[in-house]
Design a protein around this ligand. Structure first.
Ligand SMILES: *[C@@H]1O[C@H](CO)[C@@H](O)[C@H](O)[C@H]1NC(C)=O
Ligand SMILES: *[C@@H]1O[C@H](CO)[C@@H](O)[C@H](O)[C@H]1NC(C)=O
Ligand SMILES: *[C@@H]1O[C@H](CO)[C@@H](O)[C@H](O)[C@H]1NC(C)=O
Length: 284
């Protein structure tokens, strides 16, 4: 419903090599990152405001799975907003580790960018000088679909059950499984319950239609995501049975996902070009 409020936040999406290193814990796996094309000058108040916001997020992640931070600048342009959202099943210690890592990566990935966002498997961090806090945003950021199973239609049943459950559950973090299929869904904590529901319904619907009968799928919208996979195969939820076979499968899948993500990124590049960070005119 708030498509007209979409902020012109610009994701310069890049494929990241760390994505293909399954050796680190799943929570830290890189999913996507985006930076505004507009940069600030180092040494300015803007830079210190960005640092304050990010530091505050890192500190806050020791105590909760979601929080936001705003640092008022002397001018409106220098006011920086930020938030983080950890996956709902992470313990505070894991959340805190994930957010620290994401913030560190943002520092290099989005060097001097006036806005940036990074999604690791376990957490999402975003900052910008345009208000995005509390704004529902269903822009598709990343879609990854597994290869079609090409089996019988029966094999789709658990997937459909999982997606239906994810849509029917309540809350900002949802987990469902059926047969061999498991799924999770997560909203960013600044959405109201109804906005979260609306956002997830969209993500789930897109998984159904856009991932066809894929063995796994991930749909990341700007303020929520939903994903499902077959247990023991691609495991986005990050089960940590550190088993050699799983690692091999993960490596193969990581390469595959990389290829699929690559195609997705090209599409995003084309569809995502817009004004520079923060230069929105009020209203639509
Ligand atoms: C959220 O952050 C604010 C400061 O930015 C802090 O005062 C508050 O305690 C934090 N909330 C939680 C639940 O950690
Ligand atoms: C964000 O910061 C940039 C760089 O200082 C500035 O050009 C832009 O107008 C700012 N956006 C807003 C909404 O203040
Ligand atoms: C931002 O954080 C504060 C403090 O935790 C909270 O009261 C407020 O509701 C949050 N705002 C949004 C938009 O999430």
């Amino acid at each position: 419903m708030s498509i007209s409020h979409l902020l012109p936040f610009f994701f310069l999406l890049l494929a990241f090599s760390t994505f293909t290193s399954p050796s680190s814990s799943a929570t830290d796996s890189f999913i996507f990152g985006g930076c505004s094309l507009l940069k600030f000058l180092p040494g300015t108040a803007y830079e210190s405001n960005v640092n304050s916001v990010l530091t505050s997020l890192v500190n806050s992640a020791m105590f909760s799975n979601y929080n936001n931070s705003t640092v008022q600048g002397s001018t409106m342009q220098d006011t920086v907003y930020g938030l983080f959202q950890c996956r709902g099943d992470l313990a505070n210690s894991d959340c805190s580790r994930c957010v620290s890592r994401a913030v560190n990566q943002l520092g290099t990935f989005c060097l001097d960018a006036c806005g940036g966002a990074l999604q690791l498997d376990g957490c999402f961090v975003k900052y910008d000088n345009a208000t995005f806090l509390g704004v529902e945003d269903k822009t598709m950021v990343l879609k990854k679909c597994g290869p079609s199973m090409g089996l019988t239609y029966d094999s789709l049943t658990p997937r459909d059950a999982v997606l239906a459950n994810l849509g029917a559950l309540d809350g900002a973090f949802r987990i469902a499984s059926s047969g061999d299929v498991q799924g999770i869904a997560q909203c960013v904590g600044d959405l109201s319950a109804s906005e979260c529901q609306d956002c997830l319904s969209d993500a789930i619907q897109r998984l159904r239609t856009e991932c066809g009968g894929g063995a796994w799928g991930e749909m990341y919208l700007a303020k929520c995501y939903a994903r499902y996979s077959e247990r023991g195969r691609h495991s986005p939820g990050g089960n940590d049975d550190s088993n050699k076979n799983d690692e091999e499968i993960e490596k193969t899948l990581a390469i595959l996902i990389g290829l699929i993500a690559g195609v997705g990124l090209i599409i995003l590049f084309i569809s995502f070009f817009s004004k520079v960070c923060g230069k929105q005119k009020g209203g639509k």
